[in-house]
Design a protein around this ligand. Structure first.
Ligand SMILES: NC(=O)C1=CN([C@@H]2O[C@H](COP(=O)(O)OP(=O)(O)OC[C@H]3O[C@@H](n4cnc5c(N)ncnc54)[C@H](OP(=O)(O)O)[C@@H]3O)[C@@H](O)[C@H]2O)[C@@H](O)CC1
Ligand SMILES: Nc1ncnc2c1ncn2[C@@H]1O[C@H](COP(=O)(O)OP(=O)(O)O)[C@@H](O)[C@H]1O
Ligand SMILES: [K+]
Length: 460
């Protein structure tokens, strides 16, 4: 059972191609199924710790994996029963059912067991499971002590994070061969419990992968405040938001943070480490500025538009967030040649790129291509994409982040990473990682100010 940080994420088409490529020489579909079944059995035996196991098997190869796993568990002397939603149909499932060879209970009459293993449907789900299947899953899951899904919980589509019908909550999902988009996309991701990969010897390559820890730049004896990275935050009508961004940039490790506001808007407030200057048209002429953040608290008035235009024409690496995402036009963005990162939440994304009609991964990739920017499409399932198609899917972040100002903090953290010299995609990933870790450390009911402060501890 492999933790999934930094692993490739394969869509249905990519997974199919990877499986086909793996089936060479003596390796057949049956070989892969045997590997999957024995890896599942090993994981289930470990998790079950001697408790009785009920494996639910479907008619396709997901069911086939279930029969092979049940047979292996039985050989180990564990108490295991099998129930089926349907007779085995695929060649693989028929072979596997024969290997099991034991009793098969009818799904609607199956008695619950403490450990419930769902191998009804996996990547081959083509429509909503019947009410009979949905009800049986709900009843058996409810009565179980531990719920384990094989590959994907039954009812979850593979690529778009959608649940087709009622899907119970699982404790563990064992991804076979590769992580798939629905392991990370909402609402499906929140039904999976812990996702772990089982290696079945399929080589996986993809332009998408899961979030991973970044080895962040550390200062050394030659460092000074400018070499650590200088971030300029352009303020607007609500300076609280841009102050949070400035604080977060410092806490994330920037060497120098400039807060540029209208005369009289911000003065001597803490933290005193933020350098506060009046915003002027030539404010961004300072060559040492490594990243400009614009949007948090910017407002949407004429001043805000003028500041955005100055930031876009200034040619410095940019992070465009909040109000600036409501003001900016796609055409202008594509013409801006310096590195840029957009950090929209769902509403801002729709405003700029239109409704997501397919899935968050495809939509974010498209947006990055259209805008020529790295796009951080925020939410419980943040997706980051670069114009060249590379994408990063993030595991479910703390729901306590759903409080005002946490996005301003993220923009500051990403600003610090960009100013420190990371490439835009790496800067976005590192910022999102720091932000998620800070939230995790804080636990519950924190506020955005706490989150900004906690970035220091995550760096430490
Ligand atoms: N390929 C490989 O190399 C490996 C694959 N592996 C395993 O195979 C799994 C994919 O197997 P799979 O393609 O057979 O699909 P699966 O999820 O079992 O379902 C398909 C069956 O269900 C049916 N069906 C679908 N939806 C339905 C519904 N709502 N209600 C009723 N029926 C429905 C569908 O019938 P149809 O849609 O044609 O009517 C078909 O009969 C994958 O998740 C992994 O576990 C591993 O063994 C490693 C090697
Ligand atoms: N329910 C949630 N679960 C996990 N993360 C969330 C949730 N809601 C919001 N977030 C995260 O919190 C931040 C909120 O940003 P944003 O919506 O821009 O807020 P604000 O503009 O108030 O700062 C984003 O990083 C987002 O990914
Ligand atoms: K399943």
């Amino acid at each position: 059972m492999i933790p999934i940080d930094g692993l490739p994420v394969l869509t249905a088409a990519e997974m199919h191609a990877a499986e086909q490529a793996a089936m060479v020489g003596e390796v057949t579909e049956a070989t892969l199924m045997d590997r999957a079944g024995s890896a599942i059995a090993q994981a289930v035996a470990r998790l079950a710790a001697g408790r009785e196991i009920l494996v639910l098997c479907g008619p396709g190869n997901n069911g086939g994996d279930g029969y092979i796993a049940a047979a292996a568990l039985k050989r180990q002397g564990l108490a295991v029963r099998v129930a089926a939603s349907d007779a085995p149909r695929s060649t693989g499932a028929c072979r596997a059912a024969a290997i099991w060879g034991g009793a098969v209970e009818a799904l609607d009459r199956a008695e619950p067991a403490p450990v419930f293993v769902d191998a009804i449907f996996g990547t081959g789900l083509s429509r909503s499971p019947s009410d009979e299947i949905q009800n049986a899953l709900a009843r058996l899951a409810e009565a179980a002590w531990l719920r384990i899904a094989v590959d994907l919980p039954t009812g979850v589509a593979m690529d778009n994070g959608k649940a087709l019908g009622k899907v119970p909550r699982f404790d563990v999902t064992l991804a076979l061969g590769a992580v798939k988009p629905s392991h990370l996309l909402q609402p499906a991701a929140s039904l999976m419990g812990q996702v772990r990969l089982l290696d079945i010897g399929v080589a996986t390559r993809s332009h998408a992968r899961t979030l991973t820890r970044w080895h962040l730049p550390e200062p050394d004896a030659n460092s000074h405040k400018y070499s650590r990275g200088m971030v300029a935050v352009i303020a607007g009508s609500m300076s609280g938001a841009s102050e949070l961004t400035a604080l977060a940039a410092l806490r994330a490790g920037a060497g120098y943070v400039l807060h540029l506001a209208s005369a009289g808007v911000s003065g001597s407030a803490a933290p005193h480490a933020v350098v506060r200057r009046d915003y002027t048209a030539d404010a961004l002429d300072e060559d040492r500025i490594g990243a400009v953040v614009i949007g948090p608290g910017l407002g949407r008035d004429a001043d805000a538009s003028a500041r955005l235009e100055a930031a876009l024409s200034g040619g410095r690496p940019l992070i465009i967030d909040g109000d600036a995402l409501r003001l900016v036009e796609l055409g202008t963005l594509a013409k801006h040649k310096a590195p840029k990162i957009l950090t929209p939440h769902g509403g801002e994304f729709t405003h700029l790129f239109g409704e997501v009609t397919d899935d968050k991964l495809s939509a974010t990739r498209r947006a990055a291509r259209q805008s020529g920017a790295v796009v951080v499409h925020k939410g419980a399932d943040t997706v980051i994409a670069a114009p060249d198609g590379q994408a990063i899917l993030c595991p479910e972040a703390s729901p306590w982040l759903s409080t005002a100002g946490t996005g301003d903090v993220l923009a500051g953290a990403i600003g610090a990473m960009l100013a420190a010299g990371l490439e835009p995609l790496a800067a976005a990933e590192a910022g999102v990682w720091l932000h998620a870790q800070a939230a995790r450390r804080l636990g519950k009911a924190f506020i955005a100010d706490d989150l900004a402060d906690a970035l220091s501890a995550v760096r430490g």
